[in-house]
Design a protein around this ligand. Structure first.
Ligand SMILES: [Zn+2]
Length: 88
């Protein structure tokens, strides 16, 4: 009966796979509870710096526009620097 033998192999493989998945799941839960570092965590893949957005917003708040031509100015600039601007 070759079909029954094949079926047994398939069922055995599925059972091994399910047991492996269960062991890995509970191993991850155990590591999380005990505070151990996760092996998949890579320190080099950290998310970008969160203060980047507020710093950019501060720069935007500190900047202004040229009162003559309306070009955007940084907080340190005294004039916009455009060649067609009438402001000296
Ligand atoms: Zn200007």
């Amino acid at each position: 009966m070759p079909m029954g033998f094949l079926l047994k192999i398939i069922v055995f493989g599925v059972a091994i796979y399910a047991a492996w998945r269960t062991v890995m799941h509970w191993k991850g839960v155990f590591d999380r509870v005990t505070g151990k570092p996760q092996p998949r965590v890579r320190p080099t893949s950290a998310p970008p710096e969160p203060p980047a957005a507020p710093r950019q917003a501060t720069v935007i708040d500190a900047s202004g526009t040229c009162r003559i031509c309306g070009a955007y100015l940084s907080s340190a600039a005294t004039r916009c620097g455009r060649s067609d601007c009438p402001l000296p």
